[in-house]
Design a binder for this molecule. Structure first.
Ligand code: NAD
Length: 338
């Protein structure tokens, strides 16, 4: 019997695991996240099952190793919250779900674009108040606009394909251009500076790695086409949020759709409506009427949740069978496994 401690459990994430779990696995569902403060709750378990805002740093990995936890099973693709070296040092294998539903995330990024462009949230709020005025709700046609896509892996490629359906022109940037995508007549790979200068919308689909941290900063923002729409459904720290706020204030950035935020772990996924927001940067972001924030929900579709459960349980089963030893011995995109 393998015992799994499941962190950051929510009804929507727990349900598919209960449906698909086999009898040789026992899962303890914890609502709290796995952090240095909560790591003792993993005692007595063989594996921990974690999500994007759990933190397995060196100290947590060391303690997990001491208590005999042999596996970290990520329910997500990104692994920037895991110290892989420390896990390897303490004999802990790490597995992830590299691709559960690129369409879910890509489609959410398009939803952010359309909602921002056509001011849907403000429009909805207005009509509910009996205000049927259209003042301030002018949008633009997507057709013919240029969208800069940074990262054309599984999600970025899917987003590019949706956007070419809108007859957008795509300027793409990736360390490893996708050959099939580059054959699309509406897609052109280019250098970042050209993409920044010519895109009406900029959408990020790269993983958070040391060389992508703060990719969008004061310097890159100064290169953007004035009034650009910025979309980030990847990881918060791709964007220097203070620089974003400066860009929004001076108009260089016309609007922003964010599903992720660099300091999201204290807020996202939780009901904090009774609390004062102590994070001044988040609080400032929330004051802009041209910023649309969702709480890391791009993955949140029925299809994705089911695939995450099935793939994670398969990973755990294969670990039980001795097929998955080592730190991220599988599941790492070959392109990103640096
Ligand atoms: P992927 O590995 O298929 O694609 C990533 C692409 O980024 C690759 O083509 C790679 O070559 C490129 N890349 C890596 N470093 C780069 C750099 N420095 N410059 C340019 N390109 C670079 O990943 P994916 O499945 O498309 O996912 C992308 C990211 O989306 C994930 O890493 C994760 O952070 C995020 N994500 C978010 C959610 C959500 O709910 N918001 C859900 C799933 C994934």
């Amino acid at each position: 019997m393998t015992k799994i401690a499941f962190y950051d459990a929510k009804p929507y994430s727990q349900k598919p695991f209960e449906e698909y779990v086999s009898q040789d696995l026992t899962i303890t569902y914890y609502e709290h996240k796995l952090t240095r403060d909560t790591v003792e709750s993993a005692v007595g378990h063989d594996a921990v099952c974690v999500f994007v805002n759990d933190t397995i740093d060196g100290k947590v990995a060391e303690r997990l190793g001491e208590m005999g936890v042999g596996l970290v099973a990520l329910r997500c693709s990104g692994y920037n919250n895991i110290n892989l070296d420390a896990c390897a040092r303490h004999g802990i294998s790490v597995v992830r779900v590299p691709s559960y539903s690129p369409p879910s995330v890509a489609e959410h990024s398009i939803a952010l674009m359309l909602a921002l462009n056509r001011h849907l949230i403000r429009a909805h709020a207005r009509v509910r108040e009996g205000n049927f005025s259209l003042n301030g709700l002018v949008g633009f046609e997507m057709c013919g606009k240029t969208v800069g896509i940074i990262g054309t892996g599984r999600i970025g490629r899917h987003a590019a394909e949706i956007l070419t359906g809108f007859q957008c022109e795509i300027l793409a940037y990736d360390l490893h251009p996708d050959q099939a995508l580059s054959r699309n007549p509406r897609v052109r790979y280019t250098e970042l500076d050209e993409l920044y200068a010519n895109s009406d919308i900029l959408s990020l689909y790269v993983p958070l790695l040391p060389d992508t941290r703060y990719l969008i900063n004061d310097t890159s923002i100064a290169k953007l086409k004035p009034g650009i729409m910025l979309i980030n459904t990847s990881r918060g720290a791709l964007v220097d949020t203070k620089a974003l706020i400066r860009g929004l204030k001076n108009g260089r950035i016309g609007s922003a759709g964010l599903d992720v935020y660099e300091e999201e772990s204290d807020y996202f996924f939780e009901d904090r409506s009774e609390d004062v927001i102590a994070d001044d940067v988040l609080a400032r972001l929330l004051t802009f009427n041209n910023v649309l924030i969702t709480s890391h929900q791009a993955f949140l579709t029925r299809e994705a949740l089911n695939k995450i459960a099935v793939a994670t349980l398969k990973n755990i089963r294969e670990y039980q069978e001795g097929k998955r030893a080592g730190a991220l011995t599988h599941g790492v995109c070959a392109k990103c496994a640096t």
